[in-house]
Ligand binder design. Structure first.
Ligand code: ZN
Ligand code: ZN
Length: 117
């Protein structure tokens, strides 16, 4: 089976007898969500992050999950600011590139860094 959101939280927080909502929220994941496919309510221990960026339940994750926590973090870390590492204040923007094209970019609300993913 692919990893669950809880596996990810465990890898960051370390082994604990109980994981709280705080543990999840502090690491940028919700404690409750719904499956992208069947809309079942799922919690972090049975929610599987998919490559689409949405959560799925055990029945719907199929081949779209992440085999390891490292795969998951590599995939999601694209949205972290390359300058300050912030992941909370990233917004989408448009920039004019050197050849006058209008292109998609991301902007960090914290330090003002603008980059193209
Ligand atoms: Zn489902
Ligand atoms: Zn930044």
């Amino acid at each position: 089976m692919p990893i669950t959101i809880l596996d990810y939280v465990k890898s960051v927080v370390g082994d604990k007898p109980l994981y709280t909502a705080e543990d999840c929220l502090r690491n940028g994941v919700d404690i409750l969500g719904s499956c992208q496919v069947c809309a079942a309510t799922i919690a972090c221990y049975n929610a599987y992050p998919s490559t689409s960026g949405y959560w799925r339940c055990a029945d719907c994750i199929g081949e779209d999950g992440f085999a390891t926590v490292a795969d998951f973090t590599t995939h999601t870390s694209r949205t972290a600011c390359p300058a300050c590492g912030n992941t909370d204040t990233i917004t989408e923007t448009r920039i004019t590139t050197t050849d006058q094209a209008d292109e998609y970019a991301l902007e960090c609300g914290d330090c003002g860094e603008v980059w193209q993913p």
